[in-house]
Design a binder for this molecule. Sequence first.
Ligand code: DAH
Length: 344
Amino acid sequence: MNDIQSQIISRGQTTLADISKTNTLSDLEQIRVSVLGKKGTLSEALKTLGTVPAEERPKIGALANEWKAKIEGALETKKSELEAKEIEASLGKTKIDVSLPGRRPHMGALHPITQTIKKVSEVLGRIGFDVTVGPEAETDFLNFEAANIPKDHPARDMQDTFFLGPGVVLRSHTTAVQMRAMRGKTWPIRILCPGAVYRADNDATHSPMFHQIEGLWVDKKVSMSDLKGVLGFFAKELFGADAKIRLRPSYFAFVEPGAEVDVSCAICAGRNPKCSVCKGTGWLEILGAGMVHPRLFEYAGYKSDEISGFAFGMGVERIAMLLHDIPDLRLMFQGDQRFLKQLR
Ligand code: DAH
């Protein structure tokens, strides 16, 4: 037996002994590299093969392969053994409690604005109001002219309008839908028009985009007392059986007479002079209303001496804020889950 042969055998034996003593996968890998790797001891020994006589070489080659296979086998066996141990150990550490309840899937909810539109539509739907909608990009004519707000009318200043192009605006109020509805069909009409409206205004109480619900009832002999009856019913259904309304004279170009409508304060009923909601007045303004101006009927092609009608318009955010005691309008548009979750 020559030098190389005895070297292969003795290295092989030590390697097998080392493998059997190893306790970790990383040590095992180190052994593999140090023996079988490119610069490993077995590979290095074989590099000296050139120094032995040619007829000896096949024998040495076979011996080297035999030991290489032995070592590889031992490495493989030890590797599976150590891996199994590792799994065993990690199972002991991480206990899974199969009796724990599962994670609930996250449930979304309707936005408070959508909830409020649905609620108002449902309440007034019970007394015959149908929901109808119109476009948010509206003609200047239907948004202003046909609502009796001609060019140069001071009422245009009250609604800082976004202009999209000549004769086209982002509608500044849902009153625009009244005229679309009247031009689209003949009376009687009893409709609600919810939707987004736009004005160049942005602070704690104004948003450039907000929502309104317009109401319109046109028929023979519709009177101001019908308006009071409908709004009184609406207030009780929304704010509770004790809710009362009052009408204060006001001006809107598209109604005559016009009124601002207040609902009694549900928080203090006027008894707390320091009430943060009604400021001690006992009343909260909730909408504008009035008897449809005869000029609108003319624009619609109706004979204004045959019929009459009332209209009202409310801010949806304002109603939602009163219903849920929401202090800041901007909360509605931030999409903060902590806020939205409270109003499911
Ligand atoms: N269009 C008005 C606004 O945006 C609200 C309004 C007031 C609507 C009186 C009406 C009404 O139908 O009769 O401020």
